[in-house]
Ligand binder design. Structure first.
Ligand code: FAD
Length: 377
């Protein structure tokens, strides 16, 4: 039977980045994913924020043009509030390319990535799969998304508050749009969140997300309704791809690690509760996860695992968790019209610009990394 130091379940961005960082620390690392190809079953729009682009090495050729304009629409779609930044705030990535890049980086560091293999359970170091022989692992990293099975098997916290999101992606004729992020606050199609339209110059992304309890006709039906006349949408110039999945918005989970393993990315609830952005958090938390894992495996000292502290990150989320509650409370079109009207004023614009263009969507893990006990490469 094969033995590895670390078995990573899930080859999303969180799993691949953690695997790369662990392999760079000379640990033997295997990553499994039930997807047969990393270009299929994509569950994200792929909007990266400026802070992520500044801090992580995403290849430029995989990123669309910089977006500086955000238009916030009320349910009537009339007279959107336009916020313009003097810097590029967002870029939409070719996510199949980003996963391919992350996979190569993990493999170059020495990790083994095996696709088409579904994790079904782990106990006392033995990890079982559908579609492959079991392996023994000293440590399991659950990077298996919002409904993590690893979290349940390890007895760690699990996500309870989730939005469900869905989008269509299709090619557009080049030069037909100006880069802009169109956000529609309309509880009829996106209860508790937004409908959005954004493009990378070559593909348009049109999506909705909201609380499943408020989507009586189902997210797919609401998406089609929204897409029919979504503002800023260019006509399809090719086949339509569908994406979607759950988005945890209850904040980082408290109990994220135990001597048998830990959680990263969506499995850890590492998503900004307000913006529902999870790409920056999953990269940022992977740095801490890898340092803690390597330090623990090197020394066997369980106190190191307490550095991977969801409670500490959560405390810095308090304001955003509160705003999420306010957002969730906008239940009628009239309330949404009023909320957008508030954003027209100077104070409202300032708050909106802070949320949309600020750097605070996910706490910095730096202070938690600053410990001599954990492993620095
Ligand atoms: C519609 C939508 C749009 C979004 N858009 C954005 C955005 O534009 N910007 C942003 O910042 N965030 C966005 N998010 C959130 C963001 O995509 C996620 O937070 C982020 O991708 C999480 O990465 P991850 O690696 O933790 O999880 P995932 O990317 O979900 O990866 C988990 C992996 O685990 C695998 N897996 C699961 N169970 C098993 C198993 N039992 N065995 C083997 N493999 C398994 C899955 O196949 C998957 O590949 C969006 C989310 C949704 C749903």
């Amino acid at each position: 039977m094969q033995t590895v130091d670390v078995l990573v379940v899930g080859a999303g961005l969180a799993g691949l980045h953690t695997a790369r960082l662990l392999a760079r620390r000379d640990l033997s690392v295997m990553v499994v994913d039930s997807r047969r190809s990393l270009s299929s079953g994509i569950r994200t729009t792929g909007i990266f924020v400026r802070r992520t682009l500044d801090d992580f090495d995403l290849p430029d050729h995989l990123l669309g043009p910089g977006v500086r304009d955000v238009l916030l629409y009320p349910p009537s779609r009339r007279a959107p509030v336009r916020l313009t930044s003097d810097r590029d705030e967002y870029r939409v990535a070719d996510m199949a390319g980003v996963y391919g890049h992350a996979r190569r980086a993990a493999e170059e560091a020495g990790a083994r990535v095996v696709l088409g293999v579904r994790y079904i359970g782990a106990s006392t170091g033995l990890v079982r799969f559908a579609g492959a022989e079991p392996v023994t692992a000293r440590f399991v990293v659950g990077a298996d998304g919002a409904r993590s099975r690893v979290a349940r098997d390890l007895g760690l916290d699990v996500n309870r508050r989730m939005l469900v999101g869905a989008e269509i992606v299709h090619p557009i004729a080049s030069g037909t749009t100006d880069p802009a992020f169109h956000c529609v606050l309309d509880p009829r199609v996106a209860p508790g969140y937004l409908g959005w339209v954004i493009d990378d110059g070559r593909h348009a992304h049109v999506g909705v997300a909201g609380y499943p309890g408020g989507m009586r006709t189902g997210v797919r039906h609401l998406l089609d309704e929204f897409a029919a006349d979504a503002p800023g949408r260019a006509a399809p110039a090719g086949p339509i791809e569908r994406r979607g999945g759950p988005i945890p918005v209850g904040g980082v989970l408290r109990r994220l690690a135990c001597p048998a393993g830990l959680l990263v990315g969506d499995a850890a609830g590492a998503v900004s509760p307000l913006t529902a952005g999870g790409l920056d958090p999953c990269l940022r938390m992977s740095e801490l996860a890898a340092a803690v894992t390597a330090g623990y495996l090197r020394t066997g000292d369980q106190r190191i695992l307490s550095r991977y502290d969801g409670g500490a990150l959560r405390a810095r989320f308090r304001g955003r968790l509160l705003l999420r509650r306010v957002f969730a409370g906008i239940r009628s079109p009239a309330a949404a019209e009023a909320a957008v009207a508030l954003l027209r004023g100077r104070a409202g614009r300032r708050v909106a610009a802070r949320v949309l263009f600020g750097d605070g969507s996910f706490p910095d893990v730096g202070p938690l990394l600053a410990s001599p006990a954990i492993d620095h490469p």
